[in-house]
Design a protein around this ligand. Sequence first.
Ligand SMILES: *Cc1c(COP(=O)(O)O)cnc(C)c1O
Length: 421
Amino acid sequence: MDHFLYRDGTLYAEDVPITEIAAAVGTPFYVYSTATLLRHFRLFDEALEGIDHLVCYAMKAASNQAILKTLAKAGAGMDVVSVGEYLRARAAGVPGDRIVFSGVGKTEDEIRTALTGGIRQFNVESEPEMEVINAVALDLGVVAPITVRVNPDVDAKTHAKIATGKSENKFGIPIARASEVYAHAARLPGLEVVGIDVHIGSQLTDLEPFRLAYAKVAELTERLRAEGHDIRRLDLGGGLGIPYTRSNEAPPLPVEYGAMIKETLGHLGCEIEIEPGRLIAGNAGLMVSRVIYVKSGEGRDFLILDGAMNDLIRPAMYEAHHDIDPVQEPAPGTERRPYDIVGPVCETGDTFAKQRNMPPMAAGDLIAFRSAGAYGAVMASEYNTRPLIPEVLVKGDQFAVIRPRPTFDEIINRDTIPEWV
Ligand SMILES: *Cc1c(COP(=O)(O)O)cnc(C)c1O
């Protein structure tokens, strides 16, 4: 559920007409709904009620500081995957002891910055990384809290580019080697082992892969405890999928996910961390774009937009589907017709949708890409020297630009030309 609904024939973000934002900031832009962000965060928080837990928002999904602060004020921790994200979370006011640091290639500098600034835990992905964290911690005279990310070798049944829990993926250590790796960690004086971490992929639409993975984590918890490790925290990763189409079968709800967690892991008495990203931000954001031209081709019509693959890359990168709606609601009974909906970039991959049924559209019309809040703005680039598009946050009847559109001068002046050119 989200807060982007039609009122009197116009699409609104909460109590603000999209047309009003478009007039104020120009197109294309991203717009997020505070109420939707908070609703999704609370669904997870409530799903884990009754057990000690922390919902660490995976900020790579949408990392604007206004979004981070909104969620942190509601009680969220953060899951970061780079020192840039760590510093961004800190700048948004998130305390270090509510930030977990994930990622397969943390550098020594990144580890040093996080250890100096304060961190809840590192989710360690390899033995070489463990050695580096230990060395940095000893150098700083501190002890680094860690979990080890285990790879449970389960098939997440999602898009291959975002499946992470099979043994052939680059993530984590094989669960079969866990005893050895935990024994290694226990010998390193700069580390304090606090738990186990697992994350099997993104956009999962079925609970079964999670259940399989978490059952393996439960077994491993008992085994590692028997081997003398104080396993008191389980980080279960993110990955719960969202409905990208209205017609789609609905993915499991956070409440069902939470019940499954309690069922598989509740008896262990561990603190539970989860790292949802997409489900919190995905349906809390739209990308709004304007039709520049309607072009009639051989047997098909194209809607050419001012938004492109550099602004929202998911269709080009993952063959992702986004529902696309006109901002002006068509009159009931309006006949729909198929359009190919494309951006202006010189690549055939710059296609958002093929033969999508829409009401008749004209140049100047606004359209909204739904479910664009996660992995949208954060994956944007300035390919074709197209400026990063603005982000807008709505709360009730207020809206604010939370990242302005850069000027062309700002973009162009970032280059420096050596004297000898
Ligand atoms: C990407 C990622 C997440 C978030 O995944 P979503 O599908 O957005 O919920 C959480 N944890 C880790 C380690 C990740 O890499």
